[in-house]
Design a protein around this ligand. Structure first.
Ligand code: AMP
Length: 400
């Protein structure tokens, strides 16, 4: 069974073609700069060199056509006919309170996702464009939606409600939703497999730290709290996002600077975080280099990140009544030994003890805690696409 996983951003389309008989990736790629000058597709058939083709790609429909062409290509394609495709799985960011799991996409699902557009104005429209593009190109192939918010639907009210008048929740559905759910789900399951215990018996804190970062408390396999909220802005400081701030900062700054909501949102989403503090870069690699060179603001940015993650770990351990496993994943979590060490430093009182030698690892699954550490600390490369492919397979095979 071959399944294509599609992840659409506003100007990009990422894809991976899986052979689900052994969960191998047959081909993958990325269409960039959709609707912008300089559009191109980077395609790689497993085991072969990357092929780059520059071509005019005005919208997601054309982007998907270009993907289909690449998949069918005689030399670097991975299928001979579209009939080989059993289903397409989509990453969709926001499903509101409607879906706590993945679903087969029907008109009703599309309507529900359209309703969620105000909750994720940057992401859901792009995800929907992907669904529309695939529907037009492959009308007879089943499609599944896998949602970033779904895994967090198990949070209790005390974790997801904000202390604003209740009627705003009823009227506008303002609450904590959480994001990166597919990643937190994957690494928590994988962590349980690695330590050889059922996930139901474990308290796990998962740190997904990349350009966007979120920390999640996974108790007995369920998300019980997460650091992102109504939007993917709060939580720890990120590449360009501010993370947690006093809500009144927003109106204060808007008034002082004479800027409107849209401009304010831009400041908080795109000009803040590691970039805003350091004034150098949103990329932790640049920050680490500058900090080593004596740049004090880079050092501060790095310290803010480590301190923020440490506080979430502590609070989630408290929320769950303890922590058995601590997981690091995504760009920073998988690659920065320095970040992992900086975050874990001082958590020895909770039974977290890193082995510095074992921690020297990049992009590889490994237990990095000392043998006598009460808490197992594990680096696990995330694989959201695999979860999407598995869910899609399950839905088209079993119908649920
Ligand atoms: P992601 O969004 O998961 O792709 O993560 C991207 C981010 O990971 C980059 O912006 C960097 O900040 C970070 N990153 C990737 N590799 C490293 C590394 N070797 N050291 C520190 N940070 C890294």
């Amino acid at each position: 069974m071959k399944i294509l996983v599609v992840n659409c951003g506003s100007s990009s389309l990422k894809y991976q073609l899986f052979d689900m008989t052994d969960e191998s990736v047959l081909a993958k790629g990325l269409v960039e700069r959709i609707g912008i000058e300089g559009a191109r597709i980077k395609h790689v058939k497993t085991g072969m060199d990357t092929v780059i083709k520059n071509t005019d790609i005005p919208n997601h429909k054309v982007a998907f056509k270009v993907v289909v062409e690449a998949l069918l290509d005689e030399n670097h394609g991975a299928i001979k006919s579209l009939d080989e495709l059993s289903a397409v799985g989509h990453r969709v960011v926001h499903a509101g309170e409607k879906y706590a799991g993945s679903v087969i996409i029907t008109q009703g699902v599309i309507d529900a996702l359209e309703e969620c557009v105000p909750l994720a104005p940057l992401h859901n429209p792009a995800n929907l464009m992907g669904i529309y593009a695939v529907t037009e190109a492959l009308p007879n192939i089943p499609q599944a939606g896998v949602f970033d918010t779904a895994f967090h639907q198990t949070m209790p009210g005390c974790a997801y409600m904000y202390g604003v008048p209740y009627h705003y929740y009823e009227k506008y559905k303002v609450r904590r939703y959480g994001f990166h759910g597919t990643s937190h789900f994957y690494v928590s399951r994988r962590a349980a497999e690695i330590v050889g215990k059922p996930v139901e018996s474990l308290n796990i804190v998962t740190c997904h730290m990349g350009n966007g970062s979120s920390i999640t408390a996974v108790k007995a396999g369920k998300s019980v709290d997460t650091s992102m909220g109504f939007s993917p802005l709060p939580g720890v400081i990120m590449g360009t996002r501010c993370g947690d701030v006093d809500a009144l900062l927003v109106s204060f700054l808007a008034e002082q600077e004479g800027i409107d909501n849209k401009a304010m949102s831009h400041v908080l989403n795109k000009e803040s975080g590691l970039l805003g503090i350091s004034g150098i870069s949103s990329d932790l690699r640049d920050i680490e280099e500058a900090a080593d060179g004596g740049n004090q603001r880079a050092k501060l940015a790095e310290e803010m990140l480590f301190y923020g993650v440490k506080k979430y770990i502590g609070s989630y351990a408290a929320a769950m009544g303890g922590m058995d496993v601590l997981v690091f994943t995504a760009g920073i979590g998988e690659n920065s030994a320095r970040a992992r060490e900086g975050i874990c430093e001082g958590l020895e009182f909770m039974g977290v003890k890193i082995d510095r030698e074992k921690n020297k690892v990049r992009g590889e699954e490994r237990i990095i805690s000392a043998d006598d550490s009460k808490v197992k600390v594990i680096v696990i490369p995330t694989d959201e696409e695999l979860v999407i492919a598995r869910d899609t397979k399950r839905l088209v095979t079993d119908g649920k």
